[in-house]
Design a protein around this ligand. Structure first.
Ligand SMILES: [Zn+2]
Length: 216
C-alpha cells in the first residue's frame, strides 16, 4: 500500500517535470496543435538581443510542420530589404511590409501562423488586430522592442505583452561590462524616437551601464 503511494507520487512528479520542461522549451510542443486554436506569443527585449532570430526560428519550424506561414512588418522598417525579415546574423525569411495593422487583417488569408516583426512601430490598433486573428484560430508570433532608447515602454508593446498567452524576454550582452543587457542606448544625439537600429548608432547596455551613460 505504502509502496504504491510512493510509486504514484513518483509518477506524478515525473509527469509534472515533463510538462514543465516542455513548457520551458520555447513552446515547441505546440507547433502543431490538434484542432484549430489561436494564441499570441511575444518575443521582446532590447536591440541585438536575438528577437528576430527567435521569431524566424519559430516560423521556420512551423513551415517544416507543413503550416502556412506569413510575416508582416511595418513598411517604415526599410533597413535591409522590402520583402524579407532580415536578422543581424543574415538569416532571413520573406515578409510583407504593411502601412497599418488593418492591412494585416486584409492580407492574412488562410494562414496558420502569422509572424509580426518590429511590432513596436505599429499603432495601438495592432492589439485588436492580433486579438481578432488569434480569436479566429491563428497562432500569432510577435517580435518587438519593449523599450525605446530612453528606457520607456515602446508603443503598443506593453499592451501586447498583457494580452499574450506567452512572453519570452531575450537579452543582449552589455557592451561595457558583459552582463545581460536590456537597454538600447543611443550613441547619437538625435532625439527622434523612430530611428532604426544599427550597430554604429546603438549599444546594448545593462541597467548600471545605461544609468551611467545617460547621466554622463
Ligand atoms: Zn553593463
Amino acid at each position: 500500500m505504502i509502496i504504491q503511494q510512493v510509486i504514484d507520487e513518483y509518477n506524478y512528479k515525473l509527469s509534472f517535470d515533463k510538462r514543465h520542461s516542455l513548457q520551458m522549451d520555447f513552446l515547441e510542443n505546440s507547433v502543431r496543435v490538434t484542432g484549430r486554436k489561436g494564441s499570441i506569443e511575444v518575443i521582446t527585449g532590447s536591440m541585438f538581443s536575438g528577437k528576430t532570430e527567435e521569431l524566424i526560428r519559430r516560423l521556420r519550424r512551423s513551415q517544416f510542420a507543413g503550416l502556412k506561414v506569413e510575416i508582416f512588418k511595418p513598411s517604415l522598417d526599410k533597413r535591409y530589404s522590402e520583402t524579407r525579415v532580415v536578422s543581424h546574423d543574415d538569416k532571413s525569411i520573406i515578409s510583407t511590409p504593411v502601412d497599418n495593422p488593418s492591412a494585416i487583417l486584409l492580407l492574412a488569408g488562410a494562414v496558420d501562423v502569422l509572424g509580426i516583426d518590429e511590432a513596436q512601430f505599429f499603432d495601438d490598433s495592432i492589439i485588436d488586430v492580433c486579438n481578432t486573428l488569434a480569436d479566429n484560430g491563428i497562432r500569432i508570433v510577435i517580435a518587438g522592442l519593449d523599450m525605446d532608447f530612453m528606457g520607456k515602454p515602446f508603443g503598443p508593446m506593453p499592451a501586447l505583452l498583457a494580452v499574450a498567452e506567452y512572453v519570452t524576454k531575450v537579452h543582449a550582452i552589455c557592451m561595457r561590462c558583459g552582463n545581460l543587457a536590456q537597454y538600447s542606448f543611443r550613441k547619437s544625439e538625435d532625439a527622434q524616437v523612430v530611428l532604426i537600429g544599427e550597430r554604429k548608432l546603438y549599444e546594448p547596455l545593462c541597467r548600471n551601464c545605461f544609468n551611467a551613460a545617460i547621466n554622463k
